[in-house]
Design a binder for this molecule. Structure first.
Ligand code: PLP
Length: 381
């Protein structure tokens, strides 16, 4: 049994390095690069991706939870790691022991982390998160109240915490028509960070805000660290951005396991949503929603086979889906079908499938499940 016998994801580390260089090229010298590797590096495999990023000079990684961070430490990744999500205060000493950096988004959370380290000689590195308009986590500094700022000032004085960074997150930085909103977010961020530094007389070393949209569209938002995720994996957050050369890091492939000719009026798959019209060749491929192929794509998507687009027909099952291959030269068991990626001159992008499914490429990438092996390569040469 080989890992490419059934269904697999090909991960091009040379494309990852290319995208990294392409994004880094847009920043000023000295600007740090934080790579979000949460959600198993957007489905690409957090350990292998982080290891490669470490060798090509990436400065920082970010995950969403302590278990995600510990997986990287256990694999020997030494880069600083920021945890964007919540960590229970009783795990504060675990954070310190593994040199992890925690995002802090409330005074209560900061006090609890500090308190949990009482009596120890440990200091936890934290980054303060400001909510400037994302409406998710953070100190609501865009509100006309001084209270969140005073809370930030209090945190700067708490024992066992070292404020190493301050950041905010954009909600619409990918959209040109929303630039005023993003500019406003950036403005609130700059004012708050400046106020805090002036009031406390302490410089916070790292200021960051730019997700992919910010990196590609608003160079003023780069500050001294960028945090591009989707674009690092080779997808544009906005298909209108054409002056950037991003290469998809992941391709998803599977292999034909049966081909049959059906006479007319036969039903294909659950629910009988598809009937053959005339004699039709139907190929079965072993990929289904348990592999991360969204069932909502049923009957709406194409795959590539022998360098040609072929329609997927009938309901996508848990483990299988069917392709209409009538008219193609002889299809055999073992032939590779490309779900997204390149086959000859044809390319299918995960963005196209996402649009068809009414979602975003992020969701389809993260959905690729654990039973799909990731095969890493540095290209054909
Ligand atoms: C996921 C994430 C990013 C990366 O966003 P992309 O749109 O993938 O570039 C940046 N910052 C935070 C806080 C995130 O959660």
């Amino acid at each position: 049994m080989h890992t490419t016998d059934r269904t697999w994801a090909e991960i091009r580390l040379d494309h990852l390095a290319h995208n990294y260089a392409e994004l880094r090229r847009r920043t000023a010298p000295g600007c740090k690069f934080l790579a979000p590797v949460k959600a198993n590096a957007y489905g690409h495999g957090a350990v292998a991706v982080s290891r490669h990023l470490q060798t090509i000079g990436c400065d920082f990684l970010a995950v969403t939870s302590l278990p995600e961070a510990l997986e990287l430490r256990e694999a020997g990744i030494a880069l600083p790691i920021l945890i964007f999500g919540y960590t229970v205060p009783t795990d504060a000493s675990t954070l310190v022991a593994h040199q992890l950096t925690q995002a802090v988004f409330s005074l209560e959370q900061a006090k609890a982390l500090s308190h949990a380290l009482t009596g120890s000689r440990q200091t936890l590195q934290i980054h303060l998160e400001l909510d400037t308009g994302m409406g998710r986590l953070g100190f609501p500094v865009a509100t006309p109240s001084i209270e969140p700022l005073e809370d930030l000032r209090t945190i700067m004085t708490l024992p066992h915490l070292d404020v190493q960074g301050i950041f905010t997150h954009f909600s619409v930085a990918d959209l040109e028509e929303e630039d005023d909103y993003t500019e406003e977010q950036l403005e609130h961020f700059a004012l708050s960070a400046h106020w805090l530094e002036a009031k406390t007389g302490k410089q916070i070393p790292i200021h960051h805000a730019a997700n992919s949209g910010g990196v590609l569209r608003l160079s003023r938002s780069h500050l001294n660290m960028i945090r591009p995720g989707l674009s690092l994996y080779g997808l544009s957050p906005n298909p209108g951005l054409i002056d950037v050369d991003l290469r998809p890091v992941m391709s998803l492939k599977t292999r034909v396991i049966q081909v049959r000719d059906f006479v007319t009026d036969r039903s294909i798959s659950y629910g009988r949503t598809y009937q053959t019209r005339g004699t039709q060749s139907i190929a079965v491929v072993p990929i289904g929603y348990a592999d991360g192929l969204h069932r909502s794509l049923s009957g709406k998507m194409d795959m590539l086979l022998h360098g040609r687009r072929v329609p997927q027909v009938g309901r996508i099952c848990m483990d299988f889906s069917m392709l209409h291959v009538t008219g193609l030269e002889k299809i055999s068991v073992g032939d590779v079908a490309t779900v997204f990626g390149q086959d000859g001159k044809e390319t299918l992008s995960v963005a196209e499938h996402a649009a068809t499914a009414g979602t975003i490429p992020y969701e389809l990438l993260c959905a690729i499940s654990a039973r799909v092996p990731r095969i890493y390569s540095h290209g054909a040469e």
